[in-house]
Design a protein around this ligand. Structure first.
Ligand code: SAM
Ligand code: SF4
Ligand code: SF4
Length: 343
């Protein structure tokens, strides 16, 4: 399991620092849309920056050499996810930066609105495409009017048609593309769901990845009722299209400390090293600055432990790492689980 080394450390079975398993890299805080729900809108407005290409190449070199830098350590980075902040494909050199990550031995993933996905298709050499685990394109709706009412393109014309064209371009080039949507009142009727599943067939994407949105005003998760689950299943069957409906954010919290803070840093475009994927720009999650500090020297340092010990998750909104935090807590509550060797 990606978290087993961390469980060993948190249960006192090793004193070695554990390397992160997954790193989010924001290439820019600039965005060409203004989705009404966006959880990074405030952070973006205050830090409207794009990182420089050579800074990202150096950063990837540092991450790749972490074991040489800290020989007495366990765990390893498996995945680099390019996301935002803003819209990652707005960065002109996204293709070469992703290709560099692949050359350094990382599996890469991309979360994007797809508006400039052609830069990825053109910038990643064919022989590296298999190292891109998946590209997730957030569209929320396959009905152009609904799409625009949710995603509010900041361009003269809607980005909808460009995005559809780019999804096909990436699929045809051999990338594994998932179409993504946040479930919300606007897109959870039969007509909208039909359009979304049809879009997966039309573009040749791999599947539909849907999950409830979090209302940023109330911190509440959109309720995925049993009847909605049934409707989704029926529509998926009708179109013979695969879908994923992860509901990990919905389950209760069994942990009061956020263990994933040692597994999953967010390296923001302004240089922030943030240890909470929901907390870009919040001082209480700020470990340092990757542009003028070396993240490898800060990891498991005094500040990191201070953040871990001071954050009480009972004040947190529903979040993506909920599932992994619950699993780590299970190990902490019953460390004998760590003694089992699976053959
Ligand atoms: C901030 S976006 C940046 C990447 C890219 N611009 C995009 O839209 O895919 C990263 C991810 O956060 C998700 N996200 C943003 N606001 C959210 C919210 N209020 N609830 C749940 N997910 C959210 C988006 O759906 C997207 O998958
Ligand atoms: S495209 Fe992504 S970053 Fe931009 S507003 Fe929408 S969710 Fe936020
Ligand atoms: S919201 Fe809270 S529990 Fe979730 S990742 Fe952030 S700090 Fe951890």
């Amino acid at each position: 399991m990606p978290y087993t080394d961390l469980s060993l450390r948190l249960t006192g079975r090793t004193n070695l620092p554990v390397l992160p398993n997954h790193v989010d890299i924001d290439l820019t805080n600039v965005c060409n849309q203004d989705c009404f729900y966006c959880n990074s809108a405030d952070f973006r407005a205050k830090n409207l920056v794009t990182g420089r290409t050579n800074q990202y190449l150096n950063l990837l070199d540092q991450l790749a050499n972490w074991r040489q830098h800290t020989p007495q350590s366990i765990g390893s980075i498996r995945n680099i996810n390019f996301t935002g902040g803003g819209e990652p494909t707005v960065h002109k050199h996204i293709g070469p930066i992703m290709a560099h990550a692949i050359d350094k031995g990382f599996q890469v993933t991309l979360i994007s609105n797809g508006s400039k996905l052609h830069r990825v298709v053109e910038g990643i050499p064919k022989d590296k495409i298999q190292s891109v685990a998946w590209i997730g394109i957030d569209i929320d709706s396959a009905n152009p009017e609904t799409y625009e009412s949710i995603r509010r393109s900041l361009t003269r014309d809607t980005l909808y048609h460009t995005v559809v064209k780019n999804i096909k371009l990436a699929v045809d080039a051999g990338f594994r593309v998932d179409i993504k949507g946040l479930l919300m009142p606007q897109n959870t009727n039969e007509h909208e769901l039909n359009a979304l599943f049809e879009m997966v067939s039309y573009t040749g994407a791999r599947q539909l990845h849907i999950r409830p949105y979090v209302d940023m005003d109330t911190n509440k998760l959109f309720e995925v009722t049993e009847s909605l689950k049934k409707l989704i299943q029926t529509v998926a069957q009708k179109h013979n299209v695969k879908y994923r409906l992860p509901l990990g954010r919905e389950t209760g919290r069994t942990y009061s400390k956020c263990h994933q803070m040692f597994l999953y840093p967010i390296l923001a475009a302004n240089g922030d090293i943030c240890v909470c994927c929901e907390g870009r720009g919040q001082k209480k999650f700020l470990l340092g600055n990757w542009k003028n500090q070396d993240i490898r020297d800060l990891w498991w340092g005094e500040k990191h432990l201070e953040i871990y010990n001071s954050v009480n998750t009972h004040l947190c909104p529903p979040c993506k790492p909920n599932k992994i935090n619950n699993l780590i807590q299970e190990d902490i509550d019953d460390p004998s689980k760590l003694e089992r060797v699976v053959m």
